[in-house]
Design a protein around this ligand. Structure first.
Ligand code: SF4
Ligand code: SF4
Length: 248
């Protein structure tokens, strides 16, 4: 499978939120009014004008406080269920831009009525699409397709100072991700794993129970049980990739 892919190494994320700001700046998205809702994570959730969000979580285990940072965004699924759903209503509302494989929401998303939008939203296993109530447009991360088509890195990757955000040809990113996961396992991070690497183009590396990261994706939203089950399935670790490397 060719095309482009992100590799997000959460172990290198310091939650500086440079990616979040760069996304707003490049895409000329308005600032979101924030408030103290009891978390350093701000704004509280993704929105039609916030395509990238560093999610924060504090967990106490073994008498120690652990921080989890998760720079959330669209996964650019290889076979995007949001696109399949939208096609049942409006052709061309959601397209795949080749050769990158970016999943792009077009101006035709305006033509999806409320029920259709709800179905698109519910079909996304990662709770990503959001609608602008003023314009009716549905939006999310674009993979910075205007930059990528001109040989530039996505804005969020360009600014990341730690190496948490990476982007490039899919094979190269998979190699990088597998190598890093293996390295972390050798250092004692037994739970190091890639999330859904075989089905998406935004591959996250985590070092703890994926269910902790699963909570990031659904915490702010009312999620039905069928989607929760789908999420559990889709957040399964890419065991084949990692264990395959471990045997080599
Ligand atoms: S993560 Fe959600 S919004 Fe993004 S391509 Fe996949 S189904 Fe669509
Ligand atoms: S790829 Fe571009 S649009 Fe997507 S999260 Fe990064 S900066 Fe935002």
């Amino acid at each position: 499978m060719a095309g482009k892919t992100f590799f997000v190494d959460t172990t290198k994320c310091t939650a500086c939120r440079g990616c979040q700001v760069a996304c707003k700046q490049w895409n000329q998205l308005p600032a979101t009014k924030t408030f103290n809702w009891g978390s350093f994570q701000n704004p509280a959730d993704l929105s039609f004008s916030t395509f990238k969000l560093v999610r924060f979580r504090e967990v106490v285990s073994g008498g120690k406080l652990h921080w989890y940072f998760f720079p959330d965004q669209c996964r650019h699924c290889l076979e995007p269920p949001c696109k399949d759903t939208a096609e049942g209503y409006v052709q061309g509302a959601i397209i795949i831009a080749e050769p990158s494989g970016a999943v792009i929401y077009t101006a035709k998303t305006r033509e999806l009525d409320f029920a259709a939008f709800e179905e698109v939203r519910q079909s996304c296993p990662y709770n990503i699409p959001r609608r602008d109530p003023a314009t009716g447009l549905i939006s999310k991360c674009t993979m910075c397709i205007d930059r990528v088509q001109n040989g530039l890195l996505p804005a969020c990757v360009k600014v990341c100072p730690t190496g948490a955000m990476n982007f490039g040809d899919r094979d190269m990113m998979l190699d990088m991700a597998n190598t890093r996961a293996e390295e972390l396992k050798k250092k004692g991070y037994e739970k190091a794993q890639l999330l859904d690497a075989d089905s998406i183009r935004t591959i996250f590396l985590v070092v703890d129970d994926p269910m902790i990261y699963y909570k990031f994706a659904v915490a702010q939203n009312d999620v039905g049980i069928s989607r929760k089950l789908a999420l559990r399935k889709l957040f399964r670790p890419a065991t084949g990739l990692i264990t395959g490397m471990a045997k080599e």
